[in-house]
Structures are given as structure tokens and as C-alpha cells.
Design a protein around this ligand. Structure first.
Ligand code: NAD
Ligand code: 4PL
Length: 246
């Protein structure tokens, strides 16, 4: 057991990809992890494979009533919450002018509204406890202006803004709010999308060579959740092999 024993963590989008790697890492460090995902069977499979205190919960982070139900379950099952990782997102590959308002709203609803709803719920518990850690998954696309993802890039810019602003208001309650921005990473979602064609080009831009893996991202999240990160809040840590500098 590592530095997160006796901690309770929720990881959204934990059924696959980077979220799954975060669930596995936080569990390895000793946390009881709620694998929260709209893909309930995928979340069940990850929680079962992790074993121990890990449990699965089906949730659409963009649906207020489902977010409320998640926090009700966590309150009954654990009675506390130490760590929230807002990782769930839709990762589109669509030209800017092929995005209509319905598609724009679909992306904002999960990628930005979902972070608000989940953070608002976690805040109530963490404020009462006088401590907590919120870690938001951002993306280095907000610096690169990566094509075919304008709605996603806009939502992730919003996530960084919320990270900075929320940190200011919740620090007085012992809560830190930070963000992690991966670069192109070989998650299940990316490997099943046109983004997979970009690995070779992105590698030419990276200072460090190779393909980012979900396991390369998870340790930074674990660090921000740990006691060692107690004096860090409102920050963004870029984890992309040195693709972009900010
Ligand atoms: P992925 O597509 O492989 O997995 C995303 C998970 O989120 C899936 O399990 C999916 O079911 C879940 N999800 C989607 N909508 C949901 C909803 N409404 N409610 C609950 N769960 C939902 O994604 P990934 O590549 O592992 O990305 C994880 C995070 O990392 C995202 O925030 C993404 O923006 C970010 N990120 C990824 C990359 C990359 O290249 N893979 C790069 C930078 C940032
Ligand atoms: C550099 O966040 O950061 C593709 C797809 N390329 O989702 C991302 C880069 C993608 C990224 C991302």
C-alpha cells in the first residue's frame, strides 16, 4: 500500500484508457476507487479486475440526477470522499465546420458541464470534511490548437479556467484543484479513432520519443492526489513527452 491508504477516490471515465490506468494506479497506492462511467459493464470489469475496495458505478456525468445518485451511493457506501478525478470526456475528430450546435452542446455537456456537476457534488462533501483533492483532465490541445477538435479544445480551455477559479475559492476549505494535460496518448478511445494516425507526426514534435501510454499519465494524477502535493493548487501539469511548452 502506498500513500493513498484510507482514501476514497472517484474516477470518472474509469472503464477504459487513461481513466482505467488512473483507477489502477490510485488503487495500487491504497485508495478505495469508484470506477464511474457511462459504460457500466466496462466499469464493472475494471473494478472486478482491481478487486479489493474498488467498486463500479454507472453514471452520465452530464446528467445532474445521475451525478446526485453517484454521491448518494458514495455517501452510503463509504461515508467520505477524498479524491475526485474528472477524466470522463468525449474525444471527437470532426472538422470545425462539420460541428453543428447539437454536436457542440453534446461535447460541452460531457467535457465541461460534467466537470462542473461532478466538482459541485464533491465540493459539498469535501467542504464538510475540510479537505479534498480535485484533479481535472485537460489536454495539451489547448496550447497546440489541434485541428478537428474545436469543441473539445474549447471545453478543455474551460476546464483549465474552472480549475484556476475554483482553486481560489475552495482553498480556504482545504481543497486543492489541479489539472493534468496529456498529449496524444494511446488510450482505447484514441486507438479506435482517426487520432491514431497522428502518433508518428506528434512523435517528431516530442522531446522524448515514443507513444504516450495511459500508464505514463496516471502517476502525475497520483502525485497531485498525494500528501506531497499539499501546497500545489490551481495548477496545470503538462504530461506529453515534451510535445508543447507552456
Ligand atoms: P477514452 O475515450 O478511451 O475513454 C473515455 C471514457 O469516458 C470511456 O470509458 C467512456 O465510456 C467515458 N465517458 C464518456 N462519456 C461519459 C459520460 N457522459 N459520463 C461518464 N463517462 C463517460 O478516453 P481517453 O483517451 O482515455 O481520455 C481520458 C481523458 O484524457 C479525457 O478527459 C481526455 O480528454 C483526456 N485526454 C486524452 C488524450 C489522448 O490522447 N488519449 C490526450 C489529452 C487528454
Ligand atoms: C496532441 O487530447 O492532446 C490528439 C486527441 N492529439 O485528444 C487529445 C493531441 C488528441 C491531443 C489529443
Amino acid at each position: 500500500m502506498g500513500g493513498l491508504s484510507d482514501r476514497v477516490a472517484i474516477v470518472t471515465g474509469g472503464a477504459q484508457g487513461i481513466g482505467e490506468a488512473i483507477c489502477r494506479r490510485l488503487s495500487a497506492d491504497g485508495a478505495a476507487v469508484v470506477v464511474a462511467d457511462i459504460n457500466g459493464s466496462g466499469a464493472e470489469a475494471v473494478a472486478a479486475d482491481i478487486g479489493g475496495a474498488a467498486i463500479a458505478h454507472t453514471v452520465d456525468v452530464g446528467e445532474p440526477s445521475q451525478v446526485t445518485a453517484l454521491y448518494d451511493m458514495v455517501g452510503e457506501h463509504f461515508g467520505s470522499l477524498d479524491i475526485l478525478v474528472n477524466n470522463a470526456a468525449i474525444v471527437p475528430f470532426t472538422a470545425w465546420d462539420d460541428v453543428d450546435f447539437t454536436e457542440w452542446r453534446r461535447i460541452q455537456r460531457v467535457n465541461l458541464d460534467g466537470v462542473f456537476l461532478m466538482s459541485r457534488g464533491a465540493y459539498e462533501v469535501m467542504k464538510a470534511q475540510g479537505k479534498g483533492r480535485i484533479i481535472n483532465m485537460c489536454s495539451n490541445t489547448i496550447f497546440a490548437g489541434t485541428p478537428n477538435m474545436a469543441a473539445y479544445v474549447a471545453a478543455k480551455g474551460g476546464v483549465l479556467g474552472l480549475t484556476r477559479a475554483m482553486a481560489t475559492e475552495v482553498g480556504q476549505f482545504g481543497i486543492t484543484v489541479n489539472a493534468v494535460s496529456p498529449g496524444l496518448t494511446a488510450s482505447a478511445g484514441v486507438l479506435a479513432s482517426p487520432h491514431k494516425e497522428a502518433f508518428d507526426f506528434v512523435e517528431t514534435l516530442q522531446a522524448l520519443k515514443g507513444r504516450g501510454q495511459p500508464e505514463d499519465i496516471a502517476p502525475t494524477v497520483a502525485f497531485l492526489a498525494s500528501d506531497d502535493a499539499h501546497w500545489i493548487t490551481g495548477q496545470l501539469i503538462n504530461v506529453d513527452g515534451g510535445h508543447i511548452r507552456h
